[in-house]
Design a binder for this molecule. Structure first.
Ligand SMILES: Nc1ncnc2c1ncn2[C@@H]1O[C@H](COP(=O)(O)OP(=O)(O)OP(=O)(O)O)[C@@H](O)[C@H]1O
Ligand SMILES: [Mg+2]
Length: 253
């Protein structure tokens, strides 16, 4: 387990009779980027939610930096400060400006002085190219801009790891690139990332390992080169084929 920043061990989760996660184990080392792919309803979001404790797993454990965070005695807010989350539908505070969306976690959760927090929020907004939009409200921003605010909000907390749950799948195609560019920059800076996405170009070029989930289990995982050119599992092959049809670029290019 040493060297790993995030360790997920044998996570199970059911909603009533529906067994959604059936024993998921994975690990992400510091500075590593891993991508999770898999059909709809397979438990990808549930898995991310179990990692940052938005959902409580029925069984299994999660460690962050050697500390077991599934332990109910651990403070949830402490854990969430260390794990950033970027959502498909941005989940911004609609009544706060872009700047305040990024600043609020710093003052209200991290208890940073307002002046210092504003300065930090400005720096991060600058990194995602939104300095000129700092006073805009979410409704006044495009989807791509809103998602860049969402990423800035996660970055501002200096988390140990950022989870991304289909960060581009609610965006119009022409806006996807600006969000992927920001994510690529983060990856280049050594940010530890666990990303659920169907953007196979991103997966192929940026990530260290692809994890294919189906029916609440990990069916196959491996480095992108091997995964795309020599998938072992028939179901992986079929899924890659389908995703190529849907998104037009399965990873062959
Ligand atoms: N809070 C909940 N209560 C009941 N069922 C839930 C809950 N959350 C998720 N589920 C069910 O668990 C299954 C897995 O959902 P989940 O959102 O994790 O899938 P997913 O792989 O992220 O799918 P998608 O690709 O469509 O986002 C689905 O059948 C879903 O309806
Ligand atoms: Mg999902």
């Amino acid at each position: 387990m040493s060297g790993e920043l995030l360790v997920v061990e044998d996570i199970h989760k059911a909603f009533g009779d529906l067994k959604v996660l059936k024993g998921i184990s994975l690990a992400v080392a510091k500075r590593e980027r891993k991508v999770i792919i898999g059909p709809s309803g397979t438990g990808k979001s549930t898995l991310l939610r179990c990692i940052n404790r938005l959902t409580r797993p029925d069984r299994g454990k999660v460690w962050l930096d050697g500390v077991e965070i599934t332990d109910s005695k651990k403070q949830i807010s402490k854990i969430r400060q260390q794990i950033g989350m970027v959502f498909q539908h941005f989940n911004l505070f609609v009544h706060l400006s872009a700047l305040d969306n990024v600043r609020v976690g710093l003052t209200d959760v991290k208890r940073m002085e307002k002046k210092e927090a504003v300065q930090k929020a400005m720096e991060v907004l600058d990194r995602v190219g939104l300095t000129d939009k700092k006073n805009y409200y979410p409704a006044e921003l495009s989807g791509g801009q809103q998602q860049r605010v969402g990423i800035a909000r996660a970055m501002a907390m200096d988390p140990k790891l950022i989870l991304f749950d289909e960060p581009t799948s609610a965006l119009d195609p022409e806006l996807i690139g600006e969000v992927l560019n920001v994510m690529e920059e983060l990856a280049g800076e050594g940010t530890t990332m666990l990303v659920v996405t169907h953007e196979m170009g991103f997966a192929r070029t940026i990530c260290d390992e692809i994890i294919f989930m189906e029916g609440g289990e990990i069916l196959e995982q491996g480095p992108p080169e091997q995964f795309f050119t020599r998938p072992k599992n028939e179901r992986t092959k079929r899924f890659l084929h389908k995703i190529t049809e849907l998104y037009g670029h399965g990873g062959e290019g």
